[in-house]
Ligand binder design. Structure first.
Ligand code: AMP
Ligand code: GLY
Length: 457
């Protein structure tokens, strides 16, 4: 590899006394990544279980802790809250943690990444500045507009009167979005002007708390949606295969919105050329625009895209991996992942090994608790009939061990079953077959995940 070439060359020079010393690149710019043995993953969902599973495929890693984790974390679960910066720093310093990977948006937006970095710890996850990509829709829209990134036209409004005036003027059913973090519930895709008006009045009446004090009104776009994830070191990016999520609770893409009921990758909606187009028109300009604002973004840029008749347009940015897209993608990534995330955290993707991406198809089905998303039932015993391997995986989300040590449900999305195959028919057949080996009272899942890519599905 080119890296080895450099090292050899330098040794040759040093072995010949009398010659001037080669430029001391290594004193300011190390030419290899530091040791990577101990990693801490922050979060408690299926995404974080999948991340820790994928990181453990690196033979160098000795320990991967997860906090606060779930029943899938096993012996390496800690009980530090995801926003407990002091506790996280202490754990890292006391245990020689080489890298922290922050899963969810809330700690990132709260500045946990900044606090850890200030303590000298390498973190995969942006600071509070970069997390605004997700934490403020108005901020993200402004950035997109300035950078010429394709996205729906918008109006950022601070008051109900202002919002209603815009609506009155355009006389179209605009999409109404709470500016801040609203756990995926802050968006109303209105079919009529009246619905948009109701959503505006509700938001200013406090429906989303402080997240809804400012709104973004957007033109409605049409087309299928796809998620693209860029691993970013502040300057360079590595793209993962595109994934498609299923946000609605019920089959046929009906019912309420959820965090995501299943996913598949690579989504054929975006072929290699399409992905390159997204790199050029969306992700590279985003990194440039962040840099222009002085933001050194080290983490995931999640671009939620709509493939419109005018090409891919950004619906939203998130500052983290998607859940369950992450569970779907992780089994496709090579054991270099740990090094790639570390390189991002250190701003040195140029030193990372090439991330190998498996060409198989990956299918993910989420098993939720009855009553999800409104009021999921909890505390039911879970029976699991298989364990994760190279072809199928089981990632915990809302699970815990009760006082008797039994595995029980503890949240809306309980777990995800993921499987890989040569095509999507095989991958989904395997995922659904494996799901039959998972039981708990009230288990709820969609039987039509991947209908877009399955034959006769
Ligand atoms: P978001 O939380 O921004 O991802 O929005 C949730 C969902 O609302 C998206 O996944 C889209 O299905 C839909 N949506 C958001 N913005 C628009 C838009 N401008 N046009 C059409 N649908 C949208
Ligand atoms: N699956 C969508 C999200 O993580 O936001």
């Amino acid at each position: 590899s080119p890296m080895e070439g450099c090292v050899l060359q330098r040794k040759t020079y040093e072995a010949r006394p009398g010659l001037p010393a080669p430029m001391a690149i290594s004193s300011t710019r190390p030419n290899s990544l530091p040791d990577l043995q101990r990693v801490l993953v922050v979060g408690s969902g299926g995404r974080e279980h999948a991340l820790s599973w994928a990181l453990q495929r690196s033979s160098e890693l000795e320990t991967v802790w997860i906090t606060p984790g779930n029943a899938g974390s096993g012996q390496h679960g800690l009980d530090l809250a995801e926003t407990d910066s002091r506790g996280l720093i202490d754990h890292c310093l006391n245990n020689g943690v080489d890298l922290v990977v922050v899963g969810p948006e809330a700690p990132l937006a709260a500045g946990v990444g900044d606090a850890l970095r200030q303590a000298g710890i390498a973190v995969f996850g942006p600071g509070a500045d970069g997390a605004q990509l997700e934490a403020s829709k108005a901020w993200a829209k402004q950035l997109m507009q300035e950078a010429g990134i394709p996205t729906a036209g918008h109006w950022a409004v601070q008051t109900e009167a202002e919002a209603l005036a815009v609506l009155n003027q355009v006389q179209r059913p605009l999409v109404v979005k709470a500016d801040g973090l609203a756990a995926g519930k802050g968006v109303t895709v209105a079919d009529t002007v009246g619905e948009a008006e109701t959503a505006i009045r509700d938001a200013f009446a406090g429906r989303f708390g402080s997240a809804g004090e400012q709104l973004v009104l957007e033109e409605r776009l049409q087309g299928p949606e796809v998620s693209v994830f860029a691993l970013c070191d502040g300057e360079r990016i590595v793209l993962l295969p595109p994934a498609q999520d299923h946000k609605r609770l019920e089959e046929g893409d009906r019912g309420p919105n959820t965090g995501g009921m299943g996913a598949y990758a690579p989504a054929p909606l975006l072929d290699a050329d399409g992905l390159e187009l997204v790199r050029r028109t969306v992700l590279e300009p985003t990194v440039q625009a962040l840099r222009k604002r002085g933001i050194d973004y080290r983490g995931v840029i999640y671009a939620g895209l709509m493939l419109t008749a005018d090409g891919p347009q950004v619906i939203e940015f998130n500052c983290r991996f998607g859940d369950p897209e992450c569970q779907t993608l992780m089994p496709l990534l090579g054991p270099e992942l740990a090094r790639v995330l570390q390189a991002c955290a250190l701003g040195r993707l140029d030193l990372a090994p090439t991330l190998q991406i498996d060409g198989r198809c990956s299918a993910c089905v989420v098993a939720a608790a009855a009553g999800y998303p409104e009021s999921p039932r909890k505390g039911d015993a879970i029976q699991l009939g298989f364990e994760s391997d190279a072809e199928r995986q089981l990632f915990h989300a809302g699970t815990r061990r009760n006082e008797k040590g039994e595995l029980v449900t503890a949240g809306g999305r309980v777990l995800a079953v993921v499987a890989q195959g040569e095509d999507f028919d095989q991958a989904f057949a395997s995922a659904y077959r494996n799901l039959e080996q998972v039981q708990f009272a009230g288990i709820t899942y969609r039987r039509d995940i991947g209908h877009q890519v399955r034959s006769g599905g």
